[in-house]
Design a protein around this ligand. Sequence first.
Ligand code: AMP
Length: 280
Amino acid sequence: MEFVETIGALRERLSGERVRALVPTMGALHAGHLSLIDAARTAGNGRATVIMSVFVNPLQFGAGEDFTRYPRDIAADRAKAASVDILFAPPTDELYPSTGAPPIRVIPELDPPRWEAAVRPGHFAGVLTVVAKLFNIVQPQVAVFGQKDIQQATYIRAMVEALDFPIQLVIAPIVRESDGLAMSSRNVYLSSDERVRALALSRALRATDAQWRAGERNVEVLEAAGRAVLDATPGVITDYFAVAEPHQLQPIAKAGTGSIAMVAARVGRTRLIDNLILGA
Ligand code: AMP
């Protein structure tokens, strides 16, 4: 694995590499991130140069969010990402050279903003701007993202279509702890008590899925099943629990094949998200 910190060095290293697969991350790597490396290898038929980026993108954090305390451990990341070809970990000023907000951004205008976009204004503009930069720097044929951030994946798909990036997107399944908690770099924030309460998110999704499997299709009823689990767990504050269609994550009245149940909730000071494809 080669460790690269500048755009210039990365471009030089990549010149002549014909097939490139990019795995963007914010680091603090866990098994979920590592599963994306395998997905990148598979998508590239084993012939792609796999580039993982590690960059805690200030642009996608709102005021009062956890940018400063977000876990950073590049030494551990270098060890865990040993199976990539290149680990690209630029300092902040390599991607955003001037201080303050960059003057040009990719701003999604999918009206009205829902779910994460409603709770975190400006978040997806920050995500799309950094992902567009990474796409232009790496010029990959394949880019791999996780279903864990399904709304992010939907925005990136919309950007790829709208801006004609010639990139195949791969969305890899969610990797969970053995008790069901979706792996996340933010799980390290949880106290042992909060760690137990955090299981309410995956339990709520499974409760909705159980209703689906029993034949329920009314979204109000499906959502109520999930919310009941969250509401019954002290110390968990729900931002939203919703069932949506899988393509643009629009609200629906009747659930169909592949409908997505999505949840965001705060457990103490930690905000967690999770989702599940009904019946999958
Ligand atoms: P992050 O470092 O949290 O920005 O995540 C980087 C990439 O890893 C994103 O595409 C995420 O969706 C994906 N990811 C995060 N957690 C998981 C997980 N538990 N399973 C699979 N992919 C994940």
